[in-house]
Structures are given as C-alpha cells and as structure tokens.
Design a protein around this ligand. Structure first.
Ligand code: ATP
Ligand code: MG
Length: 216
C-alpha cells in the first residue's frame, strides 16, 4: 500500500544505539514500507558538539545497519557543506521525490517538543508528515504549542498519513527503550561496557578508534 512513501529518521547518532535501531525497524514494519532511511546530521545545530567526528558517526550508522535490508543510510547531510538544517533536507527530498509522494519524518517525543526552536520549523508540515514515537521519560505537554499542533494535524492511523504527501502528525507507541546516546557516552567514559545498548560492531568501532574518552 505504501511502497511509495519515503520515511526517514534524522539524528546526531552520537553514537547510534539500539533505541534508534529498534524504533526505525518497528516503524518500517508498522507502515509496511520497504525501507526506512537514517540521515545522520553534520553539524548539530541544536545541541553540543558531538564526541567524535561526523565521519565516525556516519561509519557507526553504516556498521549498525549492515545486513539489514530494511534500513539504509543517507549521507546527504554529512556530505553537505552547510550545517544540517532539516528544512533544507526536506526541501531537497520533496524536489527529488515529486509533489505527491508521502514523506515521513520520524522523531522521538523529546525531539518533537523542541521543534519550535528549529530553523523555519513551521514549514516542515508543508513538506512532509511527522511520526512521533513515545520515548520513556517524555510526555506530550497537552497545554503547549506542540499540543495544539498535534490536535490540529493528528492522524489516527498510517493509512490516513500515507494517503497524503504531507501535513499530518501521527503519534505511535512502540517497544519502550529508555536508551540514550548520552547514557552510552557516559557509560563508556566511566570505563563501563555499553554492550547490549549498542550493536557489537559499533562497540568494536568505538574501541578501535578510542572514542568518547575511552582509553585502552
Ligand atoms: P543524545 O542523548 O545525545 O541526545 P539521543 O539518544 O537522544 O542522543 P539523537 O541522535 O539525539 O539520540 O536522536 C535522534 C532521534 O532518535 C530523535 O528523534 C530522538 O528522539 C530519537 N530517539 C533516540 N533515542 C530513542 C529511543 N530510545 N526511543 C525512541 N526514540 C529515540
Ligand atoms: Mg537527543
């Protein structure tokens, strides 16, 4: 039904962890699309500088999805010479995919509630849909700008979302995984193992490159 939709999840992925990966796979299966695209950002515009280079973050995302046909990586933001503005990415995608293809931007509830601080965020819904996944510890503040926006644009099911190219907000609850990259970085810098929070191949890469304050 929805082979024609483009579904992506942006993030710093500093580093990518099982909360991202499981979310991506569950959304891909729930929507019934063939693939979900992970788009690592280059210069994080809304947060502190990451603990490793853009190239290293990209390499870890690539390692994490190796062998999983349902997930792929798009390097457009990493390869761009501009800071990663979601607006720029959405406009580029809309131009490539044409006016009618549904474009869905997946994000956690924490990111969704920070949208009002993103560059030109009001334009996002003219270019695509939002799929917002619940994240342990974050609840939509009903009495807020995002609460209002959600009520105005809410879709109740994937079919409703995928019947239009843009403009809807779908909130979805999936297997709750309270993992964050912050927790992974802190675990590593404290000298503890992050195993089972991140894929083994990502942990291997972190060890080989001594990222996040790891010393041998
Ligand atoms: P940090 O702690 O450094 O902010 P993070 O774990 O939040 O890292 P990001 O790269 O900031 O990871 O997040 C990218 C996207 O993935 C965001 O939309 C975020 O809400 C979502 N996300 C991250 N972790 C989870 C999780 N455990 N469950 C659901 N969504 C998640
Ligand atoms: Mg985050």
């Amino acid at each position: 039904m929805s082979e024609g939709a483009f579904v992506f999840m942006g993030g710093t992925f500093d580093p990518i962890h099982n909360g991202h990966l499981r979310t991506a796979l569950e959304i891909q299966q729930w929507l019934g699309v063939s693939q979900l695209c992970l788009i690592p950002s280059k210069t994080p515009v809304h947060r502190d500088a990451p603990g490793c280079t853009s190239e290293q973050r990209l390499a870890m995302v690539q390692l994490a999805v190796e062998g999983e046909a349902a997930l792929r990586v798009d390097e457009r933001e990493i390869n761009s010479d501009k800071p990663s503005y979601t607006l720029h990415t959405l406009k580029g995608l809309r131009q490539e995919l044409g006016e009618n293809k549904p474009i869905c931007m997946v994000m956690g509830m924490d990111a969704y509630q920070t949208l009002p601080s993103w560059h030109e965020w009001q334009q996002f819904l003219t270019l695509g849909h939002f799929i917002v996944v619940q994240r342990p510890g974050y609840k939509l503040a009903e009495d807020s700008l995002m609460g209002d926006l959600t009520r105005q644009h809410r879709a109740d099911n994937p079919e409703e979302l995928l019947s239009l190219p843009a403009g809807k907000v779908l909130i979805h609850e999936l297997t709750p995984l309270g993992i964050s990259a912050t927790q992974v970085r802190q675990t590593i810098s404290s000298g503890l193992s992050p195993r089972y929070l991140i894929p083994d191949q990502v942990w291997q890469y972190i060890k080989e490159n001594q990222l996040y304050g790891l010393t041998k």
